[in-house]
Structures are given as C-alpha cells and as structure tokens.
Design a protein around this ligand. Structure first.
Ligand SMILES: NC(=O)C1=CN([C@@H]2O[C@H](COP(=O)(O)OP(=O)(O)OC[C@H]3O[C@@H](n4cnc5c(N)ncnc54)[C@H](OP(=O)(O)O)[C@@H]3O)[C@@H](O)[C@H]2O)C=CC1
Ligand SMILES: CC(=O)N[C@@H](CCC(=O)OP(=O)(O)O)C(=O)O
Length: 349
C-alpha cells in the first residue's frame, strides 16, 4: 500500500490541470489517482495531450463525487469560475481536502463576488471555510487546513510586489496604479475570439480596464495588510505570448527610500521562501526568466525626482499564478518542504 497522498484533478484537460499533472508526476509524496473531465470521460488523457504519452496513460474519469471520495484524499479543482461554487461544497462534504484554483472562494463577501463575477456566489457557509493561499504571505495559516482557495494570477504577481512595502509603511496606498500584462494562456484552453491567433498575434490589447474581477481580490488583501480600505487603478493587457505576467506597480513613496533599501526590505520579508527572488539594483525581471517555473521575480526603481516608486513583478501565470502555487500550498497544508516537486529551473531561452 502506497503511503503517498492520493490526489484527483478535476479540470485535468485545461491548462491549469495539465500543468498540475506536469509537476505532480514528480512529487515524491503524491500519487495521481484520478484525472477527471466533465466532457471526455473514458478517453485516455494522452489522446488529447500527446506530450503525456508513456508518462501519464490513465483514462479520464467522469465527475462522480462518490467515486472521487473512494479513490482520493485531496482534490485540485482547476475548473472555470461558477463551476467550483457548486462542486467544491460536495467534495468537502464527502470528506475530501480541496485546493480550488478558480476565483469562486477567494472573496470573503458573496455580494462582492456577484458584483464582479456576475455569477451566483457560493454559500457563505463554504466561503468562510476557504483559506486564501498566497503562499509566502499566509504560509502559517495554511498548515493543517482542509480547504485552500488559490489566488488569481494577476493578484499573485501584484500582491507579492506590493505587500512588503505597504506593511513597512513606505508607500502611500491611495496612489497605487497597477499596469498588468498577461500571456494568452491566462484565458484558458477554450477557444474564444480573445485567443484567436489573428486577433492576438502582432497585437497588444487592454481589456476589462478598471473592471477586472481580480480588483476586489487585490483590494481585499491590501486592505487586510493596511488595516483600512484600499482601492487601486488596475489595467489588464493581453500580450502576444503564451505564458507570463508582468505587473508594473506605480506608487508614491513615503520617506526617502532607495533601491538598496527596498531590496533589503523585500529580501528580509521573503527570507526562507525560495520562490520569491529579488533582483539587484538596476536589474528588472523579464517574464522569460520565470517561464515554466514557480518563481516570482521582483525589481525596483525608486525615483527621488518624482518621489514615486516603480515595482516590477513577474510570474508564469500557469505556474506561480495557478498550478505551481497550488502545489506550494499543498506542501504548506501538509507540512512538507515548500518547494517539494517544484524545483524546476525556468526554461531559458
Ligand atoms: N490559465 C491561467 O493562467 C489561470 C487560471 N486560473 C483559474 O484556474 C481555473 C482553470 O483555468 P484553466 O485551466 O486556464 O481553464 P481551462 O479553460 O483551460 O480549463 C478548465 C477545465 O475545466 C473543465 N470543466 C469545464 N466545465 C466543467 C464542469 N462543469 N465540471 C467539471 N469540469 C469542468 C474543462 O474540462 P472538461 O471539459 O474536460 O471537463 C476544462 O478543461 C479557472 O478558474 C481559472 O480562472 C487561475 C489562475 C491562472
Ligand atoms: C489573459 C486572461 O484572459 N486572463 C484571465 C485570467 C482569468 C483568471 O485567472 O480567472 P479567475 O482567477 O478570476 O478565475 C482574465 O483576465 O480574466
């Protein structure tokens, strides 16, 4: 009998699900017992994803709660928002641990969720069970819990870039402007006009400006850190690349803080957390430097002339923004080393 943790993945045919498989196959404490699809049950997963040939040869299972509970200890739900709302409560009631990658359980208020996602919210009873899994910030709260709500991709890059300076009182949160760009895989595998090659190639496009569903998620966490309401100006843009998010943050500095001060502050804050890397003075991170990895890389430019600070934070949206952080959270939940199964060097070039 294997003593490994038995995990199932719902949404295993999506970008987040397939990336979970890529990492979990090498995780020393985990066995993937079920890869699940609501539309292709019975089909070998390698039929749809030939890159898994001879590596993962399981047939896809259907979404059957009793069957999942009979096989697994923990379920990753890599499902679209609106699906997890219904699915996760059933999994929890069946005694399973859950790590949900969607936006359905990140916001504490169901009313706020409905206002931004334009979908019915999960019931408050389950919303309050979710622990928000921004790994480096909430590591201690994640140990031993049964239900983690994984952060959004834009919030991960943005919050990791802002929180140390906000907590130290070095920035004026009323002046926060976030200019964020994402690769196209951020919109999932389903075909849409957005990801159509002819629409996206040779194009650079803003969307959901000041209306993006990740705004209340970022504001909720920053409000907790600041101890008062925080609002941000937030522009999201689609870049013609497959993976990667760059969040460029502009904020007014409180006091005379140099790049070296900021580098020291952030290195101290993230000490012991291997996946946040702080660049040296005058070196700003690029999305390629984290491609395929769980790193979040951060660089600074403090400007004494304008009294403003520019923070640049990059992640791979499918890894640190989704599957990688979900596995990091699994490790924290189970009391394992934070980087177990995630020790990949970014793919370069
Ligand atoms: N892509 C990214 O960079 C990020 C994604 N996320 C979030 O993670 C989640 C997954 O995203 P992503 O993998 O990109 O999305 P995809 O669209 O690529 O995949 C979603 C998967 O969910 C499955 N699914 C759809 N409806 C149902 C249903 N009713 N019941 C069970 N499964 C269903 C589909 O598979 P099938 O039809 O086979 O069931 C599909 O493959 C989303 O909530 C997304 O917002 C979060 C951060 C970053
Ligand atoms: C490029 C792109 O389209 N990205 C998606 C991110 C979706 C996502 O991660 O959605 P939730 O976290 O809210 O579930 C978007 O901007 O809506």
């Amino acid at each position: 009998m294997s003593s490994k943790l038995k995990v199932a993945i719902v949404g295993s045919t999506g970008y987040g699900g397939v990336e979970l498989i890529r990492f979990l196959v090498h995780h020393p404490q985990v066995e993937i017992v079920s890869v699940i699809s609501s539309s292709s049950a019975g089909v070998p997963i390698s039929d749809g994803f030939p890159h898994l040939t001879d590596i993962v040869m399981q047939d896809l299972d259907g979404v059957d709660i009793h069957e999942i509970a009979a096989k697994a200890d923990l379920v990753f739900t890599a499902t679209p928002s609106g699906v997890s709302t219904q699915l996760v409560p059933q999994l929890l009631d069946a005694g399973l641990k859950v790590i949900d990658l969607s936006g359905d359980f990140r916001l504490r208020s169901g009313e706020v969720y409905e206002a931004w996602y334009k979908k019915p919210a999960a019931s408050p009873e389950y919303l309050k069970q979710a622990v928000y899994g921004l790994s480096e910030v909430y590591a201690e709260k994640l140990a031993g819990v049964s239900f983690i709500s994984n952060p959004g991709c834009y919030p991960t890059a943005t919050l990791l870039g802002i929180i140390p300076a906000l907590e130290a009182g070095w920035i004026d949160h009323r002046s926060l402007i976030v200019d964020a760009k994402s690769g196209v895989s951020g919109s999932g595998r389903g075909t849409s006009l957005v990801s159509h090659y002819a629409e996206m190639n040779e194009n650079f496009k803003a969307y959901k400006v000041n209306k993006h569903q990740h705004i209340p998620e970022i504001e909720q966490v920053l409000g907790d850190v600041a101890g008062e309401d925080v609002t941000i100006t937030f522009t999201t843009q689609l870049v013609p690349m497959t993976r990667g998010i760059m969040s460029t943050i502009y904020v007014t500095l409180k006091g005379d803080h140099t790049d070296q001060d900021l580098i020291g502050l952030y290195r101290d804050y993230y000490k012991g957390h291997p996946f946040v890397r702080v660049r040296g003075e005058g070196i700003w991170p690029a999305t390629k430097e984290v491609f395929g990895s769980n790193y979040c890389d951060i660089g600074f430019a403090a400007d004494a002339r304008t009294e403003r600070l520019t923070i640049i934070s990059v992640i791979d949206n499918v890894v640190k923004g989704a599957a990688g952080q979900a596995i990091q959270n699994l490790n924290l939940m189970m009391g394992w080393e934070e980087n177990l199964g995630l020790g990949f060097i970014p793919v370069y070039p």
